[in-house]
Design a protein around this ligand. Structure first.
Ligand code: ADP
Length: 713
């Protein structure tokens, strides 16, 4: 069964092997078990249900929360000839009925449906007429009220599924879920705990960093100027900030879109599409943007402010690099950000228990900004992963070159000050007492009489606060939940007070950063072609090919349809549809490169005894093939081919049958008679794939030579 699944993976999606977790999930689905898969964004969840859907006889319903995602998924599937459609509020009732009717006739393998549909009894009764074999619940964390995107309509799902006559199996998928949420999903969707597949949340291609105390706007201006033409998202917490950042970047001439709930639906749609279709490079948005955005080549996500929870942060940051390419996630932190989030929590209508929960989550987010632990490891710990991970070596903490200083003494002073203040006050007042401030509140409580008063006066109040934040993040201190949190000691602080444990913290020097490399010329050309094709087909560019596929094309530089199918992400359909056009761009690039090299060589060769093309010619006469010469001389294949043509044009003889058969020559001659010899491309298009540009050039040269010979007779 798995073999058949692997066959599908290669044929339709162009991949040779399954990624971690995929085979296991597919096998479970094909064996008829309900299951849940936890896989990070970009891990390849779609394939987990798309392949079983192809192998099952009936229909798979995919429940997906957002309309834009559905359309992209369906477009992508249709492009590779997998029959799929979607049903959501963007359609009229007649269209919905037509699609359901077609589904009854077995015209679709997959139907994407918004969860809200399941609240309609009419829709549910229509569903009963379909042979539904599997229900894939995407973004399954929305089922749980402990999840960060709880959707009440997801709650009705399990009843509807159970009432279907075909008893379909359930495959739930999500990228972010704490243990609590996993339990909830399993209970609600009748999934056995043993059928939960977790591949971890680790995203090796994301370079995480937290920037504290920077001028945020200046940082963004600097960053985007260094990363021109790379698609990126900048998240801000409020509409006002979105407008501000957007206008600053637009004024500087960047191609930038904006998205927030204050814009009308049409403007939002336009902005989203411009970004998806690579017409703008930067999207400045509130968190209203992104859920269900499937753009795979987002190279960076910058958070202009602190998000509310780690789940939200990881989901938003995780929109970078879905294609597996190196991408940056930068969080710009300032202490005021958490005040804003607290204010927003207070504005919600959540009950006190849930509000408390939100404060706890916010604190974990703040701790993330203050920890000196590897940021990847910190995130993974949050999601309760039991596994031990190595430091990522690429986040801002791992790359921080500053020396770690022993702060045990200062920490002891802080702890004892908090103790003396009876663990009843917030961080700011503690810092003021340690600084020796004559602030009204300090004096009001008589804290100037404490023995710890002014003991850290050598530091700025801000520095003392930062140290307290750090001690909270590292678990020595705790903050109570609520709008006015109180700082207290944890049991971890005791060994420090007793002198049994030391605490280290980094001092101040400029951290070093590594940025991903810039794009190559060929990559840009391929990107341009992708954009052109995407426009012709009215789909976003990443639906045609991912950045990763383009990057692999740059590396492998395939020269034939046989070679191009070896590239990851190119299956049979895409090879047949786009292969030729991409091969042509690669060919043109190699020609241009070889011209550049030739120009360089011709200068170098002035000093050489024998011109470079004649060196190649001599090697050929000695029995080496063109490919062998290219390997031996470390020159591109096209360069050596051009050497050969040049040598032949100069009158050097070769054994023609070594390079061009009579049959090939005849065939090429016939096409030249039809379309002329001005351009190679029209000739190539009429010929079988095996006849490459080199053979066409050889035939043309041979014709030229024989014409010259005839004329001179
Ligand atoms: P998710 O839904 O988990 O965020 P996707 O399903 O969108 O991820 O997949 C992310 C990318 O990984 C897509 O470009 C997809 O084509 C690619 N992908 C999926 N499975 C494989 C595989 N087995 N080998 C290589 N790439 C894969």
């Amino acid at each position: 069964m798995l073999q058949a699944a692997e066959g599908m993976l290669k044929k339709y999606f162009g991949y040779d092997s399954f990624r971690s977790g995929q085979a296991e999930v597919i096998e479970k689905a094909l064996n008829g078990s309900n299951s849940l898969v936890l896989m990070p964004t970009g891990g390849g969840k779609s394939v987990c249900y798309q392949i079983p859907a192809l192998l099952m006889e009936g229909i798979t319903i995919v429940i997906s929360p957002l309309i834009s995602l559905m359309k992209d998924q369906v477009d992508s599937l249709n492009l590779i000839n997998i029959p799929a459609t979607y049903i959501n509020s963007s359609l009229t009732q007649t269209e919905v009925n037509e699609r359901l009717y077609a589904a009854q006739n077995g015209e679709y393998k997959l139907i994407y449906v918004a969860p809200e549909r399941f609240e309609s009894p009419q829709f549910c009764s229509l569903l009963e007429n379909l042979r539904v074999e599997m229900i894939a619940v995407d973004e399954a964390h929305c089922v749980s009220q402990w999840g960060h995107d709880f959707r009440p309509s997801y709650r009705t799902l399990s009843q509807v599924i159970q009432s279907l006559p075909t008893s379909p199996i359930i495959l739930a998928l999500t990228a972010t879920a704490t243990n609590e949420v996993v339990d909830d999903i399993c209970n609600l969707l009748s999934i056995e705990r043993e059928n939960v597949t977790t591949t971890g949340f680790k995203r090796e291609n994301l370079i995480l960093s937290v920037e504290k105390g920077v001028d945020k706007l200046a940082f963004i201006k600097g960053y985007v100027s260094k990363n021109k033409a790379k698609p990126g998202i900048i998240y801000a917490s409020t509409r006002k900030d979105v407008d501000k950042v957007h206008s600053v970047l637009a004024k500087q001439g960047y191609l930038v879109s904006k998205y927030h709930a204050g814009l009308n639906e049409e403007d939002r749609k336009k902005a989203q599409e411009a970004f998806l279709f690579d017409q703008t490079d930067i999207m400045v948005a509130t968190n209203a943007f992104g859920m269900g955005i499937n753009k795979s080549n987002v190279r960076y996500v910058i958070h202009y402010q602190l998000p509310r929870t780690i789940e939200a942060y990881y989901q938003e940051a995780g929109r970078a690099g879905r294609d597996g390419e190196l991408s940056e996630c930068i969080l710009l932190f300032s202490p005021q950000d958490s005040h804003l989030q607290k204010f927003l929590i207070e504005q919600t209508l959540l009950n006190p228990e849930l509000k408390q929960q939100e404060y706890k989550k916010l604190q974990a987010m703040v701790d993330f900004c203050h920890t000196e632990q590897c940021l990847q490891v910190n995130l993974l710990d949050y999601f309760n992963e039991n596994e031990q991970y190595d430091n990522c070596q690429s986040c801002s903490n791992c790359k921080d070159g500053r020396e770690r200083i022993d702060i045990t003494k200062d920490a002891q002073i802080i702890f004892s000050c908090i103790k003396r203040m009876n663990e009843r006050f917030g961080m700011t007042l503690v810092a003021q007492v340690l600084k020796g401030s004559k602030n009204k509140r300090v004096l009001e409580f008589g804290f100037q009489k404490l023995s710890t008063y002014g003991l850290l006066s050598k530091y700025a109040e801000k520095e003392i606060s930062a140290m307290i934040q750090y001690l909270i993040a590292e678990g020595y201190l705790a903050l109570s939940e609520g709008q006015y949190p109180v700082v207290s000691l944890t049991k971890e602080s005791l060994p420090v007070l007793l002198g049994q444990v030391q605490i280290f913290k980094r001092g101040l020097t400029v951290p070093t950063k590594q940025r991903p490399e810039s794009n190559s010329d060929l990559f840009d050309r391929l990107r341009e072609l992708r954009k052109q094709i995407a426009q012709e087909e009215s789909v976003p560019p990443f639906v045609i090919f991912s950045d990763r596929t383009l990057r692999e094309l740059c590396e492998i530089k395939p020269v034939s349809m046989d070679e191009i199918i070896e590239v990851k992400g190119i299956g049979e359909q895409k090879r047949d549809k786009y292969g030729e056009r991409f091969l042509l761009v690669i060919h043109q690039y190699m020609e241009d490169e070889s011209k550049k090299i030739q120009a360089k060589e011709s200068v170098e060769n002035l000093e050489d005894q024998q011109p470079s093309h004649l060196v190649s010619y001599t090697l050929f006469q000695e029995g080496l093939s063109v490919k062998e010469i290219s390997l031996q001389r470390e020159r591109s294949l096209v360069t050596i081919q051009n050497h050969m043509i040049q040598a032949i044009e100069e009158g050097y003889e070769i054994n023609w049958s070594d390079v061009l058969s009579d049959e090939e020559e005849k065939l090429i001659g016939e096409q030249i008679a039809k379309v002329g010899d001005e351009k190679l491309k029209p000739i190539k298009e009429l010929l079988p794939d095996e006849i490459d540009y080199f053979k066409i050039k050889l035939a043309l040269t041979k014709i030229k030579i024989s014409e010259v010979e005839k004329a001179s007779c």
